[in-house]
Design a protein around this ligand. Structure first.
Ligand code: 5GP
Length: 194
């Protein structure tokens, strides 16, 4: 997605060879128009395949899952990182190891909102090691729902996430794929045909 690549070049801060900061427009302050365009792009990529729900994980995937849900005309769901006291019903849950925080947490989703018969796309802001998305894939499997595919806003293709998801038979579509980066330089893999 050209407009996204250009924005990353313009406003992204490359903190190291592995960490990209995009919190001025994607995941802290959010450019709402860009978020809506990202949702429309996901809807275009998955057009023609029946989708009943969009699933993400709190917090930074929410704006893109909502935008995709609006564009597809379906609800979106977000898995919670902490089990809220109000989440008293049965939940699906999966462990996720965060390499940035060096901790493992459980993500959970009420069984009321996902089940057999659902056709799901999973959306998130970043694909790095794949741990967060693999946790969501687990939840879709526990629900007996069909996983249509995964959509990521930014993929760091030099990390192992895509490979791990593809090994599980998951189709991955990323809007900006970074092949390499270092402070002052960023290289993208050109858009995959979809
Ligand atoms: P994972 O390693 O599980 O694929 O990535 C987990 C989460 O870590 C992503 O959803 C994203 O929120 C965060 N993350 C991973 N790499 C980066 C990065 O380079 N920059 C930012 N801002 N977040 C990242």
């Amino acid at each position: 997605m050209k407009v996204l690549q250009e924005r990353i070049r313009q406003d992204g801060l490359i903190l190291s060879d592995t960490v990209l900061k995009v919190d001025s427009f994607l995941n802290h302050q959010v450019d709402t128009q860009l978020a809506l365009e990202i949702g429309q792009e996901f809807a275009r990529i998955f057009a023609g395949r029946p989708v009943t729900k969009v699933l993400t994980i709190e917090a930074s995937g929410i704006q893109f899952a909502m935008a995709a849900g609006i564009a597809l005309g379906v609800p979106f769901l977000y898995a919670k990182k902490k089990k809220a006291v109000t989440l008293s019903e049965q939940v699906y849950s999966a462990p996720v190891h965060s390499f940035t925080r060096q901790e493992t947490y459980q993500v959970s989703l009420s069984q009321k909102y996902l089940g057999p018969g659902d056709k799901v796309i999973i959306v998130d802001d970043f694909l790095a090691t794949g741990a967060a998305l693999l946790g969501l894939v687990d939840i879709v499997e526990q629900a007996g729902a069909e996983l249509v595919g995964v959509g990521c806003v930014i993929e760091k293709s030099f990390q192992e996430g895509r490979g791990l998801l593809e090994q599980r038979g998951v189709r991955v579509h990323s809007l900006a794929r970074i092949s390499s980066m270092s402070p002052g330089e960023i290289n993208f893999i050109e858009d995959e045909p979809s």
